[in-house]
Design a protein around this ligand. Sequence first.
Ligand code: KIV
Ligand code: ZN
Length: 374
Amino acid sequence: MRVFDTTLRDGDQMPGVELDFYDKIEILRALDELGVDIIEAGFPASSDIDRKAVRAAVKETSRAKIAALARAHPRDVDEAAAAEAHIIHVFIATSDVHMKYKLRMTRSQVIERAVEAVERARSYGATVLFSAEDATRSDPGFLVKIYRRVVEAGAGYINIPDTVGTATPWYMEWLVSLIRRSLPSWVWIDVHCHDDFGMATANTLAGVRAGADGVQVTVNGFGERAGNAALEEVVAALHYLMGRTTSIRMELLTPISRLVASKFGVETPPNKAIVGRNAFAHEAGIHVHGILKNPATYEPLPPESVGNRRRIVLGRHSGRAAVEWALKNIGVDPEPDLVKYILDKLKEYAPRMKKVSEDIIVKWINEYTRQERV
Ligand code: KIV
Ligand code: ZN
């Protein structure tokens, strides 16, 4: 599966986030090392930073191809070509609501504009990717028509965006298979899903099931409004749940999540799938007991395989196994009376504490030892 990362373009459109040129280059290098196939480095016609970032990206990356976004306007296409992007990503909206209120164009004018932009981008010798913005709210018949016309005009690569995240997995599967069947088999097809209803990952996987051969994602799912399909979720699910391969170095997923979060100045929630601090943390007694016997009982995949780590957290729900484990970890013999003492302390004090740190456990061990001596 091809992985197209748009953290530096759609991700950068996250409200309140302003990446500077140097942030972009640092993220770009990390994405290249991660193994993504295509990096959308920016929208050259939109800002100087993006223009410079796309130009620099072509030189900075050793493996990934660089894409640049362009509206279906001659100036945008020229800017993307001037930045020397390998892939010019042309887009225009195709839903009735966008055509009527935003573009004020008819369907035939939209097709004409798309074809002209694709031909112009082709004339620069770049690979042309065409996106029908708001595809999932567009008339499917019109969508097939415009995709066929842009392919005839030279776009060998198309993208099906769920721009406002309103698709369901079953609709996505139906739509992608319709488009797959309607285009020559050599055309590359990506899906690009937003997370407004929390279904971006599920919709992306549904698109893959229906024949898409590429996924468009952002690290941590950062992006406009509720964001995009998260790279780490999509890649891990493709690998572990669908048996599909990508070129991603899975062990770098958590490190890049942390890097991107710090550059964006946005903390990821602790329960974030795959890369969150709690993604492999266990507290409940039954769970910890299982994990210590065999991690597969409560872990869907090995945490190290995605660069994360297992944490056993002590709290009110902890059982004997967790306390024994914590004591051994500190280098203390988990004798039964000490374990009981710590369990009682946890039941009494943990609900009032935000977090039971190792220092507190050591304090309770010392208290117990002093009592024993008296
Ligand atoms: O969500 C969207 O429709 C987009 C396009 C520009 C591909 O980001
Ligand atoms: Zn988008």
